[in-house]
Design a protein around this ligand. Structure first.
Ligand SMILES: NC(=O)C1=CN([C@@H]2O[C@H](COP(=O)(O)OP(=O)(O)OC[C@H]3O[C@@H](n4cnc5c(N)ncnc54)[C@H](OP(=O)(O)O)[C@@H]3O)[C@@H](O)[C@H]2O)C=CC1
Ligand SMILES: O=C1OC[C@@H](O)[C@H](O)[C@H]1O
Length: 375
């Protein structure tokens, strides 16, 4: 039997290429990222940011439930490959990491499938449908040693860290006692949107509330122990979906410590104006208070205003990184994710434990407003 060069090559080259590490100049080739679903958020979250860092990330492929839809999406956004199903994309050895922007109710299932194939995951928020799923998911990720990062993009913008530094300086700022945060995207989505489907783990607390809850936990540096409803309204077309929710949390460390969270997809107009246009957070000690305007999108606009309660003096601050003025929260997030996957760097998060705790606080809020947990 003659052994041709090509047959010999097939025999000695492994079926799956070895992980791509370094090229001749010592640098790493860009991370090949695959996207599950031709989702509306994908251009903002990964496709456009990847263009800012072509040496670090290449959006390599997209898969959709409908192959033609994936092809159109790939053409529209200049993505070189498509896969005909989510399974195929995950199984492709060329795909080094996966971005999951599926409806919330599918996060758990698909993140688990990626872990099975040992693919690191950038997983859209909220990580799962409920805390029980989050506990299981992150336990499996840990056991299999696969990186799963919940895409809480706000956290990766340096303004978030600046605010943390300011309020952690207790000598100057005082002991933080109160938090109030809001995110409302009023009437932005149509009634057939995934956000209004209980079967896909929709709802205001899931979609937008998870952000102010994450801000609260981060800036107060503590997990809540109880929650009560301040006010809430169900979505008129499905009583299991919260159209708007306003919840107050309490904490074990002090009776004085309180965290209020407001979120809405259908917020009553007057309430919306009262709690702050789109997104705002307030952190207060007895000595000072800080208002961070637009913590959800500091790259669009933000302001950090610190007021000394005794003197009334106000200091305004903001945070722009030289050379990265055009970087969005998503770009900072994508860079951190790529650096972790390719460079073995730690992701400066918001750990997996935080993602679990955040889901616990979301569940706590659902119990407080008397709506069923998502599944
Ligand atoms: N980080 C951020 O700023 C944002 C995060 N998000 C999060 O991203 C996720 C997706 O949100 P968004 O992009 O607005 O949603 P879209 O509805 O635009 O995208 C969801 C994708 O999920 C796929 N899908 C699979 N199964 C279903 C199903 N049964 N019903 C509907 N869609 C399905 C569809 O992909 P296919 O193409 O295969 O049909 C669709 O493209 C959510 O988890 C949301 O919370 C959303 C917006 C902003
Ligand atoms: O950042 C966001 O703003 C709008 C929301 O509906 C979306 O899901 C969220 O992630």
């Amino acid at each position: 039997m003659s052994l041709s060069v090509s047959r010999l090559y097939k025999l000695i080259v492994p079926k799956y290429p070895a992980p791509r590490t370094t090229v001749e100049d010592g640098s790493s080739p860009p991370l090949k990222l695959g996207i599950l679903g031709a989702a509306a958020i994908a251009p903002r979250a990964v496709i456009n940011p990847a263009k800012l860092m072509p040496d670090k990330v290449q959006v390599y492929s997209v898969a959709a439930r409908d192959a033609a839809r994936a092809k159109k999406f790939a053409k529209d956004y200049g993505i070189p490959r498509t896969h005909d199903s989510y399974e195929e994309l995950i199984a492709d050895p060329e795909v080094e990491a996966v971005y999951i922007p599926l409806p919330n109710g599918l996060h758990y299932e698909w993140a688990l499938k990626c872990i099975e194939k040992r693919k690191p995951v950038l997983l859209e928020k909220p990580a799962t449908s409920n805390a029980e799923q989050a506990e299981k998911l992150f336990a499996i990720a840990k056991e299999k040693d696969v990186l799963v990062v919940e895409a809480f993009h706000w956290f990766f913008h340096p303004a978030a860290k600046l605010v943390k530094d300011i309020v952690s300086d207790t000598e100057n700022f005082g002991e933080v006692e109160k938090f109030e945060g809001s995110l409302c995207v009023n009437n932005l989505f149509k009634d057939d949107d995934i956000r209004f489907k209980f079967s896909l783990a929709g709802g205001s607390l899931m979609d937008v509330g998870c952000y102010p809850i994450s801000w609260m936990r981060y800036y107060l540096g503590e997990n809540p122990t109880a929650a009560r409803s301040l006010e809430h309204e169900v979505y008129p077309k499905d009583a299991k979906i919260d159209g708007f929710a306003s919840v107050e949390y309490t904490f074990a460390s002090s009776d004085k410590k309180k965290g209020a969270v407001h979120c809405g997809l259908k917020t009553p107009w007057l309430t919306w104006w009262r709690i702050g246009f789109i997104s705002k957070l307030i952190i207060a000690s007895g000595k000072k208070d800080l208002v961070y305007t637009m913590p959800i999108a500091p790259h669009v606009y933000h302001n950090i205003s610190i007021r000394d309660i005794a003197t009334g003096k106000i200091e305004n601050r903001s945070c722009i990184v030289e050379g990265k003025e055009a970087w969005s929260t998503y770009a900072f997030q994508l860079e951190a994710f790529a650096d972790a996957v390719k460079g073995g760097k730690d992701v400066p998060l918001f750990s997996n434990e935080d993602s679990i705790d955040n889901m616990r606080a979301v569940d706590m809020a659902y119990r407080a407003i008397g709506l069923p947990l998502r599944s």
